[in-house]
Design a protein around this ligand. Structure first.
Ligand code: F6P
Length: 470
């Protein structure tokens, strides 16, 4: 199936959040390549998106935005605490990210997770036309595939996990580990970002359920589950188009001037999440200022930290730590009117973000663990000038593809400092060669191609040969 082809059956998407945000005039599509890639596909197939509006206790009626039908699932204020902030983001999220923080395992939170997953499954079962395709997204909804299959075995069900799936040694800590694996095995196609996620899941299915696995096909009593790898991407054309705009170029020059026209702008853009390694990056920057390898008159850092999950304590702690560090570094190295770290705890608009990418000479993407990291891909797409250096953690999914970045192990503080120095001092010729490699890579795989690959595979799923014949 290609981007312009209309899928044969209607597609229904389920994700924790609906792909829209409230504006003064009603609803508008949320920013981001995923939404831009999936909305036209839903519109063309006559499909629906099932999800939460993001507001507690919002029992909104179905509505449509840009010709796409949206079906809200209500989540109460108590469930936001238990299902979203609790089980999803204080239990699963840290566990799935190398247990970087202690997870909370709480049976009230689990009960709310089950209840909300059941509500999604019921909504899907009531909405889906006979024999249609349902594509479920992410860790908040891992029980939905099984719950839905129990009600509607005519549907073809796909699931894509946007975050890493942990090694069995960590996953097995979860008191409800078997239920999660059984939930996911309700689908026909189960997609991961990296081969490691697929391998980790298969091992968990074998260890916990003694699953019968042949060549990435898991045998269930009623059906087979194919496990695949589908690295997600961005809307490359849209980023490039915005990056090329006159207003973006003007804004880029304005940003650099406001920063005091430094020789090198180092940039970090992340959700303020402890998985992103923001503090470590600031510490590396500070150590290089201290050693004199970087100079506050020539090297300036901009760190955008987008507010996220502010009700969860680990996020509050992380924010305090980052803001303490920014204060400490600025107190020590800034000059009047010229901070050495420009810190924005804000959600920036798409155009402003692209202008910032263009203004950034060195982009620092240094997560301890990340499913993919689309910022790394956006930075390369925005650098239509062919210049700029990406420093990228080996622990981001994007490292599998973006091998022309300066790859680094962020746990190694010397290596991180060295990677920053390498990026700052890199000769123009090498910078351009590496950026050409990065850009060539992302051109090959944009978000539309990702969605097409997943859905073509899902369309073929019921036609998989039985195990006996493979
Ligand atoms: O990376 C996982 C993810 O759920 C993304 O899909 C999403 O954009 C991001 O985290 C933010 O999540 P939340 O819905 O918790 O704000």
């Amino acid at each position: 199936m290609t981007a312009t082809e209309t899928p044969r059956q209607p597609i229904i998407i389920a994700a924790n959040r609906l792909p829209v945000m409230r504006t003064d005039d009603g609803w508008a599509p949320s920013p981001g390549g995923l939404v831009r890639a999936l909305l036209p596909m839903l519109r063309d197939s006559g499909g629906t998106w099932v999800g939460w509006t993001g507001e507690p206790d919002d029992a909104a009626e179905p509505f449509s935005v840009e010709g796409v039908d949206l079906q809200p699932v209500a989540i109460s204020a108590e469930e936001v605490g238990l299902y979203y902030e609790g089980f999803s983001n204080d239990g699963l999220w840290p566990l799935y990210h190398d247990a970087l923080r202690e997870s909370t395992y709480d049976s009230d939170q689990w009960d709310a997770y089950v209840a909300v997953n059941q509500r999604f499954a019921d909504a899907l079962a009531a909405t889906a036309e006979p024999n249609s395709i349902v594509w479920i997204h992410d860790y908040q909804l891992q029980l939905v595939p099984k719950m839905l299959r129990e009600q509607r075995d005519d549907l073809t069900i796909g699931f894509f996990l946007h975050i890493p799936f942990p090694p069995f040694e960590l996953f097995s800590r979860l008191p409800w580990r078997s239920e999660i694996v059984e939930g996911l095995l309700g689908c026909d196609l189960l997609g991961f970002q990296r081969p490691m996620g697929a391998t980790n899941f298969i091992r968990s299915a074998q260890e916990l359920l003694q699953a019968d696995v042949h060549d990435r096909i898991i045998e269930n009593p009623s059906h087979q589950t194919l496990v695949g790898v589908f690295p997600i991407s961005i809307d490359v054309a849209e980023v490039e188009e915005t990056a090329a705009g006159r207003l973006t170029r003007q804004r880029m020059s304005q940003i650099r001037a406001r920063l005091g026209d430094p020789e090198v702008v180092l940039l970090g853009v992340d959700r303020l999440d402890y998985t992103k390694g923001i503090g470590l990056r600031l510490e590396a920057f500070a150590a290089l200022l201290e050693s004199g390898e970087l100079d506050p008159e020539r090297h300036v850092m901009v760190q955008v930290a987008t507010p996220t999950r502010e009700g969860v304590e680990h996020y509050q702690d992380e924010r305090h730590e980052i803001e303490r560090l920014v204060g400490e570094i600025n107190g020590r190295y800034s000059r009047i009117g010229l901070p050495v770290v420009h810190y924005l705890y804000q959600t920036l608009g798409f155009e402003e973000l692209i202008a910032l990418y263009r203004a950034g000479d060195v982009m620092l993407v240094t997560p301890f663990r990340d499913g993919m990291n689309l910022v790394a891909k956006e930075y390369a797409a925005a650098h239509i000038d062919g210049d700029g250096v990406l420093v990228l953690s080996e622990f981001a999914g994007a490292a599998d593809e973006l091998t022309d970045a300066v790859l680094v192990n962020p746990h190694d503080d010397n290596a991180l400092q060295q990677a920053i120095v390498t990026a700052v001092e890199m000769h123009r010729r090498e910078r351009r060669e590496r950026m050409a490699g990065l850009r060539e890579q992302i051109q090959k795989s944009d978000v539309q191609g990702w969605a097409d690959r997943f859905l073509s595979q899902l369309n073929a799923a019921p036609e998989l040969p039985p195990i006996a014949n493979t």
